[in-house]
Design a protein around this ligand. Structure first.
Ligand SMILES: [Zn+2]
Ligand SMILES: [Zn+2]
Length: 269
């Protein structure tokens, strides 16, 4: 297990291990914290030991991603948990269950607007803006409303894009390089006071070039995913979809068939 210090939530690479009820160590605390962060374990309890509840939560995680629900940290599960991902929970109180997504969607047909909270020091704002527009355009054709940039100072916007790191006071801390890359809040009661906000982790190495992969994250692929959340979509357990929870080592700048059918079904387009 490797660990980066300096964050409120350490970046952890998970290794396969035997899990026994009642056992408690740093690795188990990390697994429990991961399951809690992404909605599989209740956040209220202090999960320091491996319990029946932990094993049930791990099985729920495995089932969501179509892995064998062993309740153990096997090789496949450990690898998936170590894969960089979006910070939005897969399930839990802030995520509408399947069939009830319409509880957290944008109502009406009025034009929606977006703007930027800030830009990172090491990337060109114009490049970021182009990629955000590209990503918005992929979703826009399936929406009953338009989305435009609004640069007028002091006016209200529906969506905000910003860059931040570690704990940034919205209840969903980032974790240094790797792990969580970005997150965005769903509309309405699901996102609450943060609805419309999309944050990217400044600690990641971001890139814009299709061939520039490896440790570099493709900004446009991640933006396309996060905008799906701003519009009300939850995570998909299909790893080939833009709305998959994890960012696999590939660029994903085009919506998949399930992404399209979900956004169309949500907005009736
Ligand atoms: Zn996500
Ligand atoms: Zn945030």
């Amino acid at each position: 297990m490797t660990k980066l210090t300096g964050g409120t939530m350490a970046l952890v690479t998970f290794a396969p291990m035997e899990l026994h009820f009642g056992k408690s160590n740093e690795a188990i605390v990390s697994i429990n914290r991961y399951l809690s962060k992404f909605g599989y374990l209740t956040k209220t309890a202090d999960h320091t030991a491996w319990t029946q509840e932990s094993a049930d939560a791990l099985r729920q995680y495995q089932l969501f991603f179509q892995l064998t629900p062993t309740g153990h940290l096997d090789l496949e599960t450990a690898a998936l948990m170590s894969t960089p991902r979006c910070g939005v929970p897969d399930t839990g109180p802030t995520v509408p269950p399947a069939g009830r997504e319409s509880e957290c969607m944008l109502r009406g047909t009025q034009t929606r607007t977006f703007f930027y909270l800030n830009f990172p020091a090491d990337l060109h704002p114009r490049e970021i803006q182009e990629r955000i527009v590209n990503a918005i355009n992929k979703w826009r054709k399936y929406l009953p409303f338009d989305i435009r940039q609004n640069s007028d100072i002091g006016t209200a916007r529906d969506f905000w894009f910003g860059w931040t790191r570690l704990d940034h006071d919205d209840g969903s801390p980032f974790d240094g390089r790797g792990g969580i890359l970005a997150h965005a809040f769903l509309p309405g009661s699901c996102g609450g006071r943060w609805a419309g906000q999309c944050h990217f982790d400044t600690d990641e190495r971001w890139g814009f070039n299709h061939s520039n992969l490896g440790a570099i994250r493709d900004f446009e692929s991640v933006a396309l995913h996060e905008i799906g959340h701003l519009l009300g979509l939850t995570h998909s357990s299909n790893r080939d979809m833009v709305m998959a929870s994890h960012y696999y080592m590939c660029n994903r700048r085009e919506l998949g068939t399930e992404d399209v059918s979900r956004i169309r079904s949500l907005y009736g387009t």
